[in-house]
Ligand binder design. Structure first.
Ligand code: ADQ
Length: 745
């Protein structure tokens, strides 16, 4: 973790509850998992946590509250009642929350809420910007603040920003329903590291950015302008040691004894969550009811303790849920109770941690069965509290925690029948199996605790920033450009290799649309007409196209990655040693895949075949390309061919043909004092590697490269080339002026 930088944590809620009693302000610091984990950061040095203090604060006490909280390294943002209604309860909890938890029918689309969401996000961003400098690390939390990263980035372009989302990121098909999907994505992409709980969330997020913003990336890295952004899974956890200590505490032991007496030493099933439709409370009650119905022999021998913490109960759906829950609990109790036994003990309130811990310890089975949950910490708290390792966790497969806790009894909460069977088998699981499973899960939770989570996230953020900075120093800026200009100016024999697509013209969906424009032709003409210059276009395109587009200029050209070449003023020649016997078979397979894939097509070059999928439906193209590659890979290696994977294209050619080999032919021709190569894709890497040590090599784009320098676009390449021949002209002028001056003197 980078400890020498100042860290600013930002979340909707501050880790403090504030109350006013008889004119006195009291502050109760939260014991929640996130607050505990982040306490190791925000309480240090001049670090800071920014957020809403959880209550409406009257103007007259605002300054006092600010001063009090400042002592605790907290900076409050005050929200008005209207902001709470529209930004917090509105857009955050009635729009994003239900949709991201796969409840589209509960989702409200209210433009007024959206306006408020934007305004409050701006309020948070302004508060950050008031105190932050470009060297700080800013860690923004959760779905209430998705626009803040970009708002901060706009003002502090170099600052380190992390964003962590605590709730699921839904599949693209769900996310796209949202009218403001684009803005939310652009907002979070202001961060350098985007963290989610699970790899599935990461996958969904990447698929949404590809499809909605048309941003492509390599694996889980995206390139936003000149910035690399990492998207990764950081499963949150709990303070394991703390939960173990509490479980061993005498107060907890006493509570546990009392609890067992209270339920007559029955088997105990527990259920603990916040009141929320995402938590699966109703489905769980149904499954428990069915279990009691199917197993009359266990009635009177099992008790369920259900704890529900009040939450958001002025949002209509939560009110309805509460009514439905109460109705079901009394129905089940009414139906099955006997004089000495009640199947469900229901509590609608928060419990002190020692009582919670006693429940975890006493429980034979914990039912943690949300419909959807980003992670779910109750499951991990239960595991940590099991000192004797006896007890079974029944866990939803749709909770993020299920990815780590594979030794739990996994359940689909919608499948009530199977669910009720699993309650039964959990209650009857042999003790040694309980212990084996519990031990394995304890190992995981102990190792990947909340502190590990904080460290992993902060380390990743530092790593990404360092990578960005390394890239930044290799980006061509004015001073590097000047140095290149000087070397160019003094060069007497210059050799310049230029790739075509993506380097001199933008990447087009239509292969033939990349025809050179007037501006480009003029640049190439001026460069190549200079008698000191040899300009070589090195392209993967077929030679007929290059001839038609650029043949009239005094350029040298390499076509089809080196299978064909032309010295200016001469005819095109091909390599004599290449054979084409493999062609028929590869063409047959490529054609089979093209016929199954709308939008795919084959490009025929004289010594290679390319299968393009740039016009194929997103996702399907790369799926087919992988199938195709798997199909031909043995043939390719048997025949001494090479399979190249490009940007939405795969190409098969002889292994002996590459741009680097072709470039060598030119390098060997003469002794050059200025060598430069510019290219944008993987095939240009061969050129870069073939260049002498003192050559200037430039990669267009941000991917890893053997090139020394980076540029972001074809437009910058053109500007550089323009500068170079201008340098020559200005130089000539200077030389002439110098001559005139000499003569005059
Ligand atoms: P939550 O939806 O709040 O968090 P969860 O992770 O389960 O869900 O945390 C609930 C917390 O409340 C636990 O620490 C639990 O002990 C406590 N709690 C529950 N009932 C209680 C009661 N009656 N009395 C006292 N305490 C009680 C969101 C996401 C989750 C994600 C977390 C953290 O929805 O998926 O795991 O953030 O990222």
């Amino acid at each position: 973790m980078e400890i020498n930088k100042r860290v600013i944590i930002v979340s909707n809620r501050l880790p403090v509850k504030i109350k006013e009693q008889d004119g006195e302000m009291t502050y109760h610091t939260s014991e929640g998992g996130l607050a505990t984990g982040l306490a190791s950061i925000y309480k240090q040095n001049n670090n800071l946590w920014i957020g809403w203090p959880g209550a409406i604060v009257e103007d007259r006490v605002k300054t006092k509250v600010e001063e009090d909280l400042q002592q605790k390294n907290l900076l409050p943002i005050f929200l008005t009642q209207q902001e709470i209604n529209e930004f917090y309860e509105g857009f955050s909890n009635e729009t994003i929350w239900p949709l991201f938890h796969y409840f589209p029918t509960y989702t409200t689309y209210n433009p007024q809420y959206w306006e408020s969401y934007k305004a409050v996000n701006q309020k948070f961003a302004d508060a950050i910007l008031k105190v932050a400098s470009k060297d700080d690390v800013i860690w923004i939390h959760d779905y209430q603040l998705m626009l803040v990263p970009q708002m901060v980035r706009d003002v502090l372009p170099e600052v380190s920003i992390g964003f962590f989302q605590h709730i699921p990121f839904p599949s693209y098909e769900i996310f796209r329903i949202l009218p403001w999907r684009k803005e939310l994505l652009q907002g979070v992409l202001g961060a350098d590291v985007l963290g989610f709980h699970t790899y599935d969330d990461v996958r969904h997020f990447l698929s949404a950015t590809t499809r909605i913003l048309n941003i492509d990336g390599m694996a889980n890295e995206l390139t936003i302008g000149n910035r690399k952004v990492a998207v990764d899974a950081f499963p949150i956890s709990i303070d394991y040691k703390k939960y173990r200590q509490i479980a061993e505490d005498n107060i907890t032991r006493r509570n546990e004894r009392k609890l067992k007496q209270l339920i007559n030493h029955n088997k105990l099933v527990i259920s603990i969550d916040r009141l929320d439709y995402s938590k699966g409370i109703i489905h769980r009650l149904r499954a428990y009811e069915l279990f009691l119905q199917k197993h009359p022999e266990l009635r009177g021998k099992v008790t369920m303790i259900q704890l529900v913490v009040p939450s958001r109960d002025n949002v209509p759906q939560y009110k309805e849920l509460k009514e439905e829950m109460n109705r079901m609990v009394s129905e089940i109790n009414g139906r099955f109770s006997t004089l000495g036994w009640q199947p469900i003990q229901h509590f609608y309130r928060s419990f002190p941690i020692h009582l919670l811990s006693a429940l975890y310890k006493a429980a034979d089975v914990a039912l943690v069965t949300p419909m959807r949950d980003g992670m779910n910490l109750v499951s991990k708290e239960y595991i940590a509290s099991k000192i004797d390792q006896k007890g079974v966790l029944v866990l939803s497969e749709t909770a993020g925690a299920s990815r780590e806790l594979s030794d739990a009894v996994l359940v689909n909460p919608n499948d009530i029948w199977e669910f009720s069977d699993k309650i039964y088998s959990a209650l009857n699981m042999p003790e040694d199996e309980q212990k084996r499973r519990m031990a394995a899960m304890q190992q995981t939770v102990a190792r990947f605790d909340i502190f590990n989570w904080v460290n992993n996230f902060m380390d990743k953020l530092a790593e990404v920033k360092a990578q960005q900075q390394a890239m930044y120093t290799r980006r061509i800026n004015t001073s590097i450009q000047q140095k290149i200009g000087i070397r160019y100016y003094y060069g007497q024999k210059r050799l310049i290799f230029l790739d075509y697509d993506g380097t001199l013209v933008p990447f087009h969906n239509q292969v033939d649309a990349a025809i050179p424009d007037k501006d480009l032709l003029s640049i190439l003409k001026k460069l190549s007409e200079d008698p000191h210059n040899t300009v070589v276009i090195t392209s993967g395109r077929d030679y007929n196209t290059l001839q038609a587009w650029l043949g009239h200029l005094p350029l040298d050209m390499i076509a089809e990655h080196g299978a064909w070449y032309r010295d200016h003023g001469k005819e095109w020649r091909s390599r004599r040693d290449l054979n084409n016997e493999w062609r028929h078979e590869i063409h047959r397979v490529m054609d089979m895949y093209a016929r199954r894939t709308p939008g795919a097509f084959i490009e025929e070059k004289s010594f290679s075949l390319a299968w393009h999928y740039r016009k194929v439906e997103e996702g399907l193209g790369s799926l087919r390309a992988h199938e195709l590659m798997a199909d031909i890979k043995h043939f390719v290696s048997d025949q001494g061919l090479q399979l190249l994977q490009g940007d939405k294209v795969i190409e098969i050619k002889s292994i002996t043909v590459n741009k680097g080999k072709a470039a060598k032919r030119w390098l060997e021709k003469d002794d050059y004092d200025f060598v430069m190569a510019i290219g944008d894709d993987y095939t240009d890497e061969d050129t870069f590697k073939a260049m002498p040590d003192d050559a200037i090599t430039i990669k267009v784009g941000n991917n890893v490269s053997a090139a020394t320098y980076f540029m972001s676009s074809y437009a910058e390449v053109r500007a550089l080339l323009h500068e170079l021949y201008m340098a020559e002209n200005i130089g000539d002028q200077l030389r002439r002026d110098a001559g005139i001056l000499k003569e005059a003197s």
